[in-house]
Design a protein around this ligand. Structure first.
Ligand SMILES: Cc1ncc(COP(=O)(O)O)c(C=O)c1O
Length: 429
């Protein structure tokens, strides 16, 4: 019988029998790996044998980490990199060689949208925030020949909106276009994008996946279905590579072309390698993924309910609220373990009230991370999403008075008391 999620998060990807029976995964703190002989060196460089040669492109501890996340998502292949942004950028670069268009959800992390405005145009890639992601019946008309990918967040930062991935993927696949899903906010405990048609999944593993606010890390995974990699749309997978003895990526790695190209080109040359120390901390974090996210979800629901009834608050966005327009979809597609730790609300008043409220909080930590064991709060429009232009903000429902909360593991009563005294300090109660 296949092992279940809570077993895999403790055991997958690492076998103590292969590592001197060490129960905690060893940190392979090494830059390089000795070759046994010249033939071994040649085989490793040609990728003819499995193994490690240099820690920029592969390290055992980093592999334990990516293999464990891979098991949780039932992915075919996975790669851990040095940040969530590296995971996103490498993925989109891998799909858009030679230019093209990516259709993206308007509901995304601000840094992602910023990269669409400031990095990808230089590479000849247009990334279009498309309303038709939200109304997939209009998507068909936008899927022209130059579209190389669709990009969405499964639950968005900061508004916790969901998109109908099943519908989006079904239409995209009819046109041979892959769907990339950033699953950072729900984590695999709450949502499994491959079960809803995703081709590639990315994570900021900095967040709830590892959950302690102590590393920067990213993950790229794929579904194992590479039928979209045609020579016409993605010729980069068909070019002969000298290092592979003249083989193309698709010839040499038919079972793993997407991740192997990401390693050979982007990890190799842009170099955002995850350190073994950070991979180790990530592995320890994964061991409590279910317990953390379940408690965060419970706390978030209590906070959303409190805020929903507070006279200091204009509106609350949380998919677990019975009034949320996203509740029905959430109930259909999430794993049933909760609605996650992320929510947003609109604070009454203006900048004066916002400043007074945020400056008076003592239990909530005021900073830009999310998914931490501590409860975090931030004014997203002025921080994480400050680079968005007014049109992008309007499209993404980033109102000026938006406050984002990432619920942690504290007692919910203490969190509510902190919010309450903050509202009073701001003169809103
Ligand atoms: C949804 C989402 N994706 C990606 C990122 C980027 O991740 P990292 O900070 O690990 O580069 C973030 C960071 O806030 C995020 O919230």
């Amino acid at each position: 019988m296949a092992q279940k999620f809570d077993t895999l998060k403790i055991t997958a990807g690492y076998n103590p029998l292969e590592h001197n029976l060490a129960i905690s995964p060893p940190i392979y703190q090494t830059t390089a790996y000795d070759f046994k002989d010249t033939q071994h060196a040649e085989d490793l460089f040609n990728y003819r044998v499995p193994g490690f040669l240099y820690s920029r492109v592969g390290n055992p501890t980093v592999s334990f980490f990516s293999e464990r996340v891979k098991a949780l998502d039932h992915a075919a292949n996975a790669l851990a990199v040095g940040s969530g942004m590296a995971a996103i950028t490498y993925t989109l670069m891998n799909l858009t060689v030679g230019g093209g268009t990516v259709l993206a959800s308007p509901y995304l992390y601000g840094g992602t949208i910023d990269s669409f405005d400031r990095l990808f145009p230089d590479l000849g890639v247009k990334i279009k925030l498309s309303q038709s992601i939200l109304e997939p019946e209009n998507l068909e008309a936008e899927l022209t020949d130059d579209v190389k990918a669709i990009y969405v967040e499964s639950i968005s930062n900061p508004n916790a909106y969901l998109v109908d991935l099943d519908r989006i993927s079904e239409i995209a696949h009819r046109h041979g276009i892959p769907v990339v899903v950033d699953n950072t906010v729900p984590t695999p405990y709450l949502y499994r994008p491959f079960e809803h048609g995703a081709d590639i999944v990315v994570y900021s593993a900095t967040k709830g996946l590892t959950g302690h606010g102590n590393i920067i890390a990213g993950i790229i995974e794929d579904s194992g279905d590479y039928s979209y990699i045609t020579k016409e749309r993605y010729p980069q997978f068909y070019e002969p590579i000298v290092m592979l003895g003249g083989n193309s990526i698709i010839e040499q790695f038919p079972e793993n072309p997407f991740i192997m190209r990401a390693i050979l080109v982007y990890l190799n040359f842009l170099g955002a390698a995850l350190s073994p120390q950070d991979a180790y901390l990530g592995l320890i974090g994964l061991e409590t993924l279910s317990e953390r996210v379940a408690k965060q979800s419970k706390n978030a629901l209590k906070l959303a309910d409190y805020l929903d009834h507070s006279p200091a608050v204009d509106w609350v966005r949380y998919p677990g609220l019975s009034t949320s327009p996203h509740k029905a979809l959430a109930d259909k597609v999430l794993t049933g373990n909760g609605y996650g730790g992320l929510l947003s609300f609109g604070l009454r008043g203006g900048k004066k009230e916002r400043d007074a409220f945020l400056n008076s909080l003592s239990l909530f930590r005021y900073h830009v991370n999310l998914g931490d064991s501590r409860s975090l709060i931030v004014n997203s429009p002025d921080t994480t999403h400050s680079e968005l232009n007014p049109d992008e903000k309007a499209l993404a429902d980033i109102d000026a008075n938006l406050i984002r909360i990432s619920a942690g593991l504290e007692d919910a009563d203490d969190l509510i008391a902190d919010l309450e005294q903050g509202f009073r300090a701001a003169g809103l109660l």
